[in-house]
Ligand binder design. Structure first.
Ligand code: MN
Length: 238
């Protein structure tokens, strides 16, 4: 029979293992208790681009990257920070009505910050090879081929109505890769999935260079994909 105490102990040990990869002795009183990872509310900062602003041209121009990273992404970081501070304040004041309202901003700006961070890291000047190793095997199993994935992901991205993202995700629970057409930053996502590869199809991501030719932008973007980064995310998520 599993007692509440033993269940909590094993759950804590599993949590510690998952977080650090090596730490397993949650029930051992001699071991220090890991500190929560979160910083003070409202202290997120805009991560620098992993390459120069002109490094992705001509596929994505310097003008777009400066605006997109320096203004748009920065605004989501600011929005996330504001929502974190506001909800902590509302919690302290027991202002239930404010909490309900701030949740929307938290999901929107938090997802905006996360999506953009992955989007930058998913690209590399000149791109990087083809998928290899376990990622390539999984793509073949779930899409038939890399070309099958490309066709499906670009079609999903091309047809997002209004603002959104196209993504390749891994579901640890369903053990499968999926493509998603995400609305805004967070809607029509699959619960529990992990984003491996994502492309921004908000007009600010391409309009200066491509006007209404979203398909041309997506084809150019595909050539910038850093498959080493995608493979690393897959290895972590499996
Ligand atoms: Mn964007």
């Amino acid at each position: 029979m599993i007692t509440r105490r033993s269940f909590l102990g094993s759950a804590a040990a599993m949590g510690g293992l998952a977080a650090s990869g090596v730490w397993t002795a949650a029930a051992d009183a001699d071991e220090p208790t890991p500190k929560p990872a979160s910083a003070e509310p409202g202290t997120h900062t805009l991560p620098p681009l992993p390459y120069a602003y002109d490094a992705l041209a001509p596929a994505i121009s310097e003008d777009i990257l400066r605006l997109h990273h320096g203004k748009h992404h920065a605004a989501y970081v600011k929005g996330l920070n504001g929502a974190e501070v506001a909800i902590a304040d509302a919690r302290a004041k027991k202002d239930d009505a404010a909490i309900a309202n701030i949740e929307r901003a938290l999901a929107f700006h938090g997802s905006g910050h996360i999506n953009h961070t992955i989007y930058w890291e998913n690209m590399k000047p000149g791109g990087a090879r083809e998928p290899a190793g376990p990622l390539a095997d999984q793509i073949k199993a779930d899409f038939g081929s890399v070309d099958g994935l490309k066709t499906q992901l670009l079609a999903a991205s091309a047809t997002v109505e209004g603002n959104g993202w196209g993504a390749l995700v891994w579901s640890p629970m369903l053990k499968r890769l999926y493509t998603l057409a995400i609305l805004n930053h967070q809607n029509s996502y699959m619960v529990g999935a992990v984003t491996l590869l994502i492309t921004d199809v908000w007009e600010h991501a391409y309009y200066l260079d491509y006007q209404n030719r979203r398909g041309d932008y997506l084809t150019a973007w595909w050539g910038l994909v850093n498959w080493d980064d995608v493979a690393g995310r897959f290895a972590s998520a499996r």
